[in-house]
Design a protein around this ligand. Sequence first.
Ligand code: GDP
Length: 358
Amino acid sequence: MWHTNLRARRGVGHVEPGHEGATATLDQMRTALITGITGQDGRFLADLLHEKGYRVVGLMKGQNNPRAELIQREHPFVELVHGDLCDLTSLVTALSAIQPDEVYNLGAISFVAMSFNQAELTANVTGLGVLRMLEAIRIVGGNQNNPIRFYQASSSEMFGKVREALQNEKTPFHPRSPYGCAKVFGHDITVNYRESYDMFACSGILFNHESERRGMEFVTRKITNAVARIKLGVQHELVLGDLEPRRDWGYAGDYVKAMWLMLQQDQPDDFVVATGETYQVKEFVRLAFEAVGIDDWQRYVRQDARFMRPSEVDLLIGDASKAERELGWKREVSFPDLVRKMVDNDMEIERRAIAVAN
Ligand code: GDP
């Protein structure tokens, strides 16, 4: 039932993990639309889909978006189309023009701390944006046998004040931030459209995932960048908020593979993607300093209430056994390797910046 017209026309059927080639003919070439193309996950996913032979289109909002240049430089194969998750008409227009086989909705106001200050904007983009995209897919693809497969980027922040020690697809939600609340709406409306309109719509509940491309506002990248700068003598301290919280931190490059796998199944479903391990912020800090040969990290770290939050999520640990069993997904990058990769990358960037300045 899910192998619908567009897929049949293009000769695309179920693809076994690992057996997909980059040799698709134009006729068979699948098209993917990614919202949030300029973000960390959008860029990893764009690379992955390109390797698999997809035509990759990114939704970009605004005129002269400064990040368009980054995409064009680093991912020249990506086509950009104008559209905004706050503007249904623009989504319908984009989908009609592109006729995608798969839509990955990664666009969001995604920084939890900021969501407390811009709660309404977060609800509009991160929450209602999902509804608008689903509506656009329904309008363009039809009420029945809709050929467009949809992935919603849901988040472990939905679990917030956790109801059970290990969180899986059945764990009730209790979000602790406007961001988490908006993501719960996005998840629920995705399930609702799947059930109401038989759409191939999946929600991936991804726990924290980091990488060299993480924004500087997130604690992991803030730490690795500061560590590199401290090591090179251009910064003297690292100012952080709470060092006690724990996170289940994985590598973004591993996680986008799970997104793709979800849309290749025979039936749409929801999956938790996580490592099942947690580390405290201060353990991340210690490993990052150790990666550059600094053992007495406490000397360089200061805490400041500015970076504390009105409320924190409890201990988030994901149970990804369903994704492992049904999708054949497995994470490849360990926590110490993740920290090292990020520190090495920031050392490289900061060394280059120093060389240019001199
Ligand atoms: P989140 O899991 O999406 O909220 O990811 P973040 O990287 O923003 O935050 C992870 C944890 O690090 C949270 O519990 C923060 O309170 C904590 N944290 C401590 N200091 C900082 C800081 O300076 N910046 C950020 N972003 N988080 C911090």
